[in-house]
Design a protein around this ligand. Structure first.
Ligand code: SF4
Length: 386
């Protein structure tokens, strides 16, 4: 297996897949073989994105954009459900384009919902170490009815991907099972992802994740050596986390042979000296996909020195929305204290908030080279320059 890294994200702080090759040819062949079926579907559900994908397949025998490992795993897990795969590719293509081309799709294609804002760990690179943050009004738990209201609207808007998690550890929510069950019943949400530190990954939670067809569980684990891991994941026990991840891996193998759940290990190379091969070899035995990246300047975002060299418009204000536990809407979690909040789903619909003046103004500022006049956009360190 080669050690080529493939860029998973669109910003310059992506998690890089380690030692992974994507078999694009197999996917392209499957799509070309099924082109009549796909074209018939597209005729009944026309849009420019699907048309472009089909046209490229017909003329160049290729997908119109480079798919990554995560997309490959998702597609392979769909067991040749060609129309679902095509709808998924349309969604991913739109998601990819709206960020880099700054296209307003009329709704966020991707939404991150925060079940809780608290976390049981205190990783040194994370804003959970900011004591002015880990108290009221920032800490709290999402009400189940609010969650369902949000998800129902996301489905109506055809938001293609939802992640559970943002500032806190989502598995701390006592109704996570019901939340995932509700989420998994939505027709238009393709990807359901959970970000977790795996501290609470017991048998019950493993079944909750697997039976509700979570498409990706992303486990934050920053090292393969106990001492380093426990220094970086302050409060976690290395052996316990390994045993929890093994439990998930083994339950999936034993009880869910047709599972659609990708298990991904993600590391933050905080000290920029992680041996990626050793990290990969350690974790790939108990997962499908191992990635590592460098930390974005997160803690303390607000006190960072402004980056004079970074002033490119931020993709996040076109390609995603964060919804905190209390309904507050934000463009990112680098701004974990919500200086940039542009609404609250308790007061307005998601569509109204997305179309609202506050977000429009933020986009205009970014597009007119004035990102560097906004705190914390001027100092978060996120850059999308290609
Ligand atoms: S702080 Fe501004 S520039 Fe940075 S990630 Fe958030 S929205 Fe984008």
């Amino acid at each position: 297996m080669s050690l080529n890294s493939k860029n998973l994200g669109q910003d310059n702080h992506p998690k890089q897949s380690i030692s992974i090759d994507v078999n694009v040819n197999a996917i392209e062949t499957m799509l070309i073989n099924g082109i009549d079926q796909i074209s018939n579907y597209q005729k009944k559900n026309p849009d420019i994105y699907g048309d472009a994908i089909i046209s490229n397949l017909q003329k160049k025998k290729k997908l119109i954009y480079n798919i990554n490992k995560h997309e490959e795993i998702f597609i392979n897990n769909q067991k040749n459900n060609l129309i679902k795969i095509f709808k998924y590719l349309k969604f991913r293509y739109k998601f990819y384009l709206c960020g880099i081309k700054k296209i307003d799709l009329g709704h966020p294609p991707y939404v991150l919902i925060e079940p809780v804002s608290t976390c049981n760990l205190r990783c040194p690179f994370c804003f959970q170490t900011d004591k002015s943050f880990t108290k009221k009004p920032f800490m709290g738990v999402m009400n189940l009815d609010l969650f369902k209201k949000i998800v129902a609207e996301l489905n109506n808007l055809e938001v293609g991907a939802v992640t559970m998690g943002s500032r806190g550890e989502p598995t701390l929510h006592k109704n996570l099972d019901e939340m995932l069950s509700f989420l998994s019943k939505q027709e238009n949400i393709f990807e359901i992802k959970i970000n977790t530190n795996a501290s609470f990954l017991n048998e019950k939670l493993c079944h909750t994740v697997l039976k509700n067809n979570v498409t990706q569980i992303v486990i934050s684990a920053d090292h393969y050596i106990k001492e380093d891991y426990e220094r970086l994941r302050l409060g976690a026990n290395f052996e316990k986390i390994i045993s929890n991840v093994d439990l998930l891996y083994n339950i999936r193998a034993k009880y869910y042979p047709n599972s659609v759940t990708e298990i991904r290990i993600t590391g933050i190379d905080n000290e920029r000296n992680l041996d990626r091969k050793k990290f990969h070899d350690f974790w790939i035995k108990r997962s499908d996909h191992v990635a590592a990246g460098y930390p974005v300047e997160r803690w303390n975002t607000y006190e960072n020195t402004p980056h004079e060299d970074i002033n490119d418009p931020c993709d996040y204000i076109w390609d995603r929305m964060y919804i905190w536990f209390d309904g507050k809407v934000n463009p990112c979690d680098a701004d974990y204290k919500s200086y940039l909040s542009y609404g609250n789903v308790k007061d307005n619909t998601i569509k109204e908030i997305w179309d609202g003046e506050k977000l429009k103004k933020l986009r205009d500022q970014h597009l007119s080279n004035n990102r560097n006049k906004i705190v914390p956009c001027d100092r978060c360190g996120t850059s999308f320059c290609k």
